[in-house]
Design a protein around this ligand. Structure first.
Ligand code: V1S
Ligand code: CA
Ligand code: ZN
Length: 390
């Protein structure tokens, strides 16, 4: 009943390694890699795995990660062990590389990082080799990592590595980030080039919301000799944005960016902490609205690399990413809105088993994004795009 037929149109590839899912950041840490297991179980319960090419992600090599990261940092990441945190002789490196509560050292850390990064590098290569038109790695999307610094639960910036692969084949790559947090690591990595246009939608509050960057006027260093000037687009939002406003804003901003910039490929980070009811997030989006952004991005028919990111209420993360997988497969109209019932799913999706629970009603935050504010953002983006040539 739940078998999804292989679509005629796009070849979709799925890149994952189950070893990623078994890692633990620590009991009170909000990042739960097992949300990926739940996502995969949901995707398989709907039979979507029959409609994709499935690849076991390999670990990215040290050399592949060194295309962005500094070797001092990778050396430390490779040799550090849980418990080293307490050793005085290493404490300088912990501070320097920003390990701590947000980015703890846990068992198998290097393997975790190299596997999620390998998935994104593999996915990008499949797109470049014309072996896939849409490549998915839900374990990737770790957008805060810097070249020599861990940040915000991110250690290796798989997105930067994926974009670097795509740049070997495409003169211009566009990066879109719908995680509730600012995609600062990706923005910073491509700060000085006009070959990548980064666009992040996020909650912005300089002093009270991580990472505190991504204001509307942070558009890239405007030094006259910097080709990357104006190539960072930021959409700073307030609490409680609702489905209709977000979808309209997304379409206006992204539609205008693609028309002007004419990218050869797109990387879409689908952080699910922008959903309503997220443990860390503060937007009011439902699963369908989050998915509508993915659907809109797909309409341009460009090679598309789709990665995960944040998302701290695992049952909703898995609903969103399973729904988005179905959108990418053009199977969203044929899969049931009711999640297939099983004992394994009872604790997560029972008793209603809905793929689209009303998240914006379960914990409704006041929408502090008046229409006039959003119109101002769209106007500013149009102004910014006047500096950009595709
Ligand atoms: N918001 C938030 C938040 N919560 C935590 C946290 C809570 C419990 C723990 F045991 C460990 C950490 N850290 C944060 C944020 C980082 C958010 C990262 C989002 C990542 C992503 O979704 O964009 C992509 C995967 N950190 C902070 O707010 C910094 C602190 C300022 C407060 C929290 N403490 C733990 C560190 C300093
Ligand atoms: Ca974002
Ligand atoms: Zn996030």
């Amino acid at each position: 009943i739940y078998q999804v037929a292989r679509p005629q149109g796009y070849r979709v590839s799925w890149h994952a390694n189950p070893a990623v899912e078994a890692h633990h950041f620590g009991q009170s840490h909000p990042m739960k890699p097992w949300r990926l297991t739940l996502t995969k179980q949901l995707v398989m319960a709907y039979g979507m795995h029959h409609a994709m090419d499935l690849y076991l992600a390999r670990a990215a090599t040290y050399e592949e990660m060194a295309e962005f990261h500094e070797s001092d940092y990778l050396d430390f990441l490779r040799q550090v062990m849980p418990g080293d945190m307490e050793k005085a002789d290493q404490s300088d490196s912990f501070v320097r590389f920003n390990f701590g509560d947000d980015c703890p050292i846990f068992d198998g850390l290097y393997s975790y990082c190299s596997l999620y990064a390998g998935g994104t590098v593999d996915a990008a290569r499949k797109l470049c080799n014309d072996q896939s038109e849409i490549a998915i790695n839900w374990s990737g999307g770790l957008h805060h990592a810097k070249k020599a610094e861990a940040s915000g639960f991110c250690y290796v910036n798989d997105i930067v590595l994926g974009v670097l692969q795509l740049l070997r084949h495409h003169p211009r790559v566009m990066y879109i980030d719908i995680d509730v947090h600012h995609g600062d690591g990706v923005e910073q990595a491509f700060w000085s080039t006009d070959r990548v246009l980064t666009v992040s939608f996020h909650k912005y509050d300089k002093d009270n919301f991580f990472p505190g960057t991504g204001a509307l006027d942070d558009t890239g260093p405007t030094h006259p000799l910097n080709p990357g000037a104006h190539h960072s687009i930021n959409v700073p939002l307030n609490d409680g944005i609702d489905d209709d406003s977000y979808i309209q804003l997304f379409k206006e901003v992204i539609g205008a960016c693609i028309k002007t910039y004419r990218p050869g490929a797109i990387v879409l980070q689908c952080g699910a902490d922008s959903l309503g009811c997220d443990r860390l997030g503060c937007f009011n989006l439902n699963v369908r609205a989050h998915g509508a952004c993915v659907a809109f991005t797909k309409t341009f028919g460009l090679p598309l690399l789709v990665v995960g990111g944040g998302g701290y209420t695992p049952r909703n993360v898995s609903r969103a990413w399973a729904h988005e997988t179905s959108i990418l497969l053009e199977a969203d109209q044929v899969i049931d809105q009711k999640i297939p019932e099983s004992v394994a799913f009872r604790n997560h999706f029972g008793p209603d088993y809905s793929l689209f629970p009303p998240l914006s009603e379960i914990r409704k935050l006041e929408n502090k994004n008046p229409r006039s504010y959003l119109e101002g953002i769209v106007e500013a983006v149009h102004e910014q795009l006047r500096y950009i040539k595709g």
